[in-house]
Design a binder for this molecule. Sequence first.
Ligand code: BDR
Ligand code: CA
Length: 304
Amino acid sequence: KKLFLIDVDCGVDDAQALMMALAAPEVEILGITCCFGNTTIEHVCRNVLRVLHVCNRMEIPVYRGVSHSLLGEINPEFAHFGGDGLGDAGDPNSPGLEHLQQEDAVHAMIRIINQYQDQVSLIALGPLTNVALAIKLDPSIPKKLHKLYIMGGNLEGRGNRTVCAEFNFCLDPEAAYIVMNEFTCPTYIATLDFSRANSLTMEYFKDWVNQDTAKAKFMKTITARWPQKDSFVSYDSYAVAAAIDESIITESLECAVSVELQGHYTRGMMVLDSDEKLKKNHKVTLMKKANLEKFKQRLWSALA
Ligand code: BDR
Ligand code: CA
């Protein structure tokens, strides 16, 4: 089986991505680590437990991680997926926080990666704070990971959180910088541009959530206030899909990347070193095109 460790800031698309991983028969999830981001760390933990509960997978350990960026900032006003991160739909049956592990996310990450050296892949779907802290505590982590998959950053300086920065990188630019500059294992990035360019139709979305299953009903409930747009972008699901099946990515670009830490407009923006001026040894794989038929099948089975 493919061994995954998944780090989330569980909003709606993190939930979709998690459900895709949970539905993949070839995957074993060793743990889910929580990070602040789409909502507070407490809501993130609750949301992950809710997803596991709906999927009958409460045996998977969940770890509470950081509540702020490395510089201590939080994201108080952002509520794209509602204040609680899952559409403010409420859930009287959601499992309580006593189901969390005692160990914190960062130490769990270090322990699991050491235990399953060269076998476990890390999929990071939120701000990179937990991941950056793990590598600072144990610098051998990048060498021991099988592969690292990230949803974050952007290719052309067009952001969603700010003018120029993508949400996950923007919420903790220093953490993103550390990960982009200190990780040496094979790294695959699903950027904002990539997920938008490979979006699905609203027709697919409607059929998807209208399946007659408990998981689909859950998804329909948490997306009821989804702002109606012309397309459906499940940002985090692309990173998970690529980790499950590499052949879902049909076009990519190898490039060294970094992160802008200073700019008034550009702080948190991904920087591409296309002409190798930074003389970095490590290049990442930036996803460009996905096989949408395969992607849709994986997403479909998440709610089936
Ligand atoms: C990213 O930001 C978050 O809101 C989503 O969960 C996704 O990880 C997209 O920029
Ligand atoms: Ca996310």
